[in-house]
Design a protein around this ligand. Structure first.
Ligand SMILES: Cc1cc2nc3c(=O)[nH]c(=O)nc-3n(C[C@H](O)[C@H](O)[C@H](O)COP(=O)(O)OP(=O)(O)OC[C@H]3O[C@@H](n4cnc5c(N)ncnc54)[C@H](O)[C@@H]3O)c2cc1C
Length: 466
């Protein structure tokens, strides 16, 4: 680590690493500092038994619009990223006894309507069918960039829903799709998701406008590491196991960072530009005085956070050949009850030969009282649901692991403010990652898109070739 760089990136999550790779490719002397001893940030392996690979902090799929920010970045930066397509989702209405219905790849309004109708015993009234076609066509016609900016990105879906349709069946369908894509309840989805967030999830997951993929052998080695390697190839430096204890701000301008190196020594590293890639919870710890535009977003984030509750079940032998993720729906409310994957069917490397890995997850609001209530019955309910969907589950389970994660990605799709990529109050200070705007995609790809956007913006500011 030298004393001075053109650019210092704090954090080697996907956003930080991609940003660093762009800066290095444009010729800036770049350092990426990461407090952990590995790149990848929130993508981590949840533990399962030997031979079962578990998977990365349950990041199950990488997504990307029109190929994806990570996909285009990999091509532009010549990073060695490779991926595997995953199957479409399907819905199962609990207790109806009907099989799963797989979402259509052709996502015209008519194909979506016939999919929706196939889930119910009685046909929809003609007026509602016509309204569905109109609303689905409208939802699909909005240019996708508009989903991620004002006004759609900043208005609750609940307040916007009448623009989509005034037919409650049609609105209910969208709320249900949002709930089942984010694994929560319909009213939670309507309350917190922005109109653009909800439509982006809908168009990604149900109109199949984005890639949904898995990286081999895992997210870190298959996706993040190749960008770090590309950055180093282009002259950038990666310092693992070093924690930034402070972003130095003097006279309204960022001047560098104070970093605790591998040996525990705190030293100053100067930089023309500082780019911070931490989570909402990490970022405030790095500032003596948190910039006001950052504080606003952090406070909003805290008001909408969710936890997931996840079970990884290891099977003595396969109980199903189903490769599609199954979203189990409450027929009364349209809410999600559980998302279940026979994960090793889609990605064989997740379980040893002859065995199977099943993963099932549900997202809960963070309210403590609510969580306590739900937790008492949730494990039992999850087992019952999985048994209903995949009979023979209980008898074949060898081992189960439970975990819960926080924070989840849902806030990316909320209407609450995110941190602006370029600080309004501190000169030469930038942000990347999934808590930052603008972001032009969903989940991990949205974080990647901030790295691309910010990296290119800085190169332009510096008069470098992009
Ligand atoms: C439980 C869960 C499940 C998810 N599932 C999916 C999924 O299935 N599909 C999907 O596409 N996305 C999923 N996501 C979202 C995806 O994982 C994130 O959007 C993405 O990984 C965030 O990347 P990021 O660039 O914002 O940085 P982060 O991953 O947050 O990385 C920030 C980095 O900064 C480092 N850092 C922080 N403070 C300091 C400091 N002071 N000094 C040095 N380094 C520091 C951290 O150690 C970390 O490595 C999931 C997220 C969670 C939490």
């Amino acid at each position: 680590m030298k004393d001075e760089y053109d650019a210092v990136v704090v954090g080697a999550g996907i956003g930080g690493v991609i940003c660093g790779a762009y800066l290095a490719s444009g010729g800036l002397d770049t350092l990426v500092i990461e407090k952990a001893d590995r790149v990848g940030g929130r993508m981590k392996l949840d533990k399962t038994s030997p031979g079962f690979t578990g998977f990365e902090h349950w990041v199950t799929f990488g997504q990307g619009w029109g190929g994806g920010a990570w996909y285009k970045a990999a091509r532009e930066l010549d990073a060695d990223v490779s991926f595997y397509e995953i199957p479409e989702p399907c819905l199962y209405y609990r207790g109806t006894g009907k099989g799963f219905e797989i979402a259509p790849r052709c996502s015209s309004a008519s194909s979506l309507l016939s999919y929706y109708e196939s889930l119910f015993p009685t046909p929809l009234p003609e007026a509602t069918r016509q309204e569905f076609i109109r609303a689905l066509n409208y939802a699909g016609s909005i240019p996708y960039e508009e989903l991620f900016c004002e006004p759609l990105a900043n208005i609750p879906f609940y307040d916007w829903k009448d623009k989509l349709s005034t037919d409650p069946v049609v609105v209910g369908f969208f709320a249900s799709i949002a709930a089942n894509s984010t694994m929560c309840e319909s009213d939670e989805a309507m309350k917190h998701l922005s109109a653009g967030g909800l439509l982006s999830i809908f168009r990604f997951w149900w109109m199949t406008e984005a890639h949904c993929v898995a990286f081999k052998p895992d997210y870190v080695e298959g996706l993040v590491r190749p960008f770090a390697t590309a950055m180093e190839r282009d002259g950038g430096e990666l310092a693992l196991g070093c924690e930034v204890v402070e972003v130095i701000v003097e006279d309204g301008e960022s001047r560098g960072v104070r970093v605790r190196d591998e040996g525990g020594v705190v030293r100053e590293v100067g930089a023309q530009k500082v780019i911070v890639n931490g989570s909402f919870l990490d970022i405030p710890k790095m500032f003596q005085e948190v910039p006001p535009e950052v504080q606003v977003s952090v406070d909003s984030f805290r008001s909408v956070a969710f936890h997931d509750f996840t079970v990884y079940a290891e099977m003595k032998h396969p109980i199903t050949e189903e490769p599609h993720p199954v979203s189990v729906v409450d027929p009364e409310t349209g809410s999600n009850l559980l998302m279940i994957w026979a994960l090793s069917n889609a990605f064989s490397w997740y379980a040893p030969p002859g065995k199977q890995l099943i993963f099932a997850s549900r997202v809960l609001p963070i309210d403590e009282e609510e969580r306590k209530k739900v937790r008492k019955t949730l494990k039992v309910e999850m087992d019952e649901i999985i048994e209903e969907v995949f009979p023979g589950y209980g008898a074949a389970v060898e081992k189960k692991h439970y975990s819960s994660h926080y924070p989840l990605w849902h806030y990316q799709h909320t209407w609450y403010p995110k941190i602006p990529y370029r600080s309004k109050s501190v000169k030469n200070l930038f942000f990347v990652g999934d808590c930052v705007e603008p972001q032009y995609s969903v989940t991990v790809d949205a974080a990647a898109s901030t790295g691309v956007f910010c990296g290119k913006a800085i190169l332009r500011l510096e008069g470098r070739e992009v």
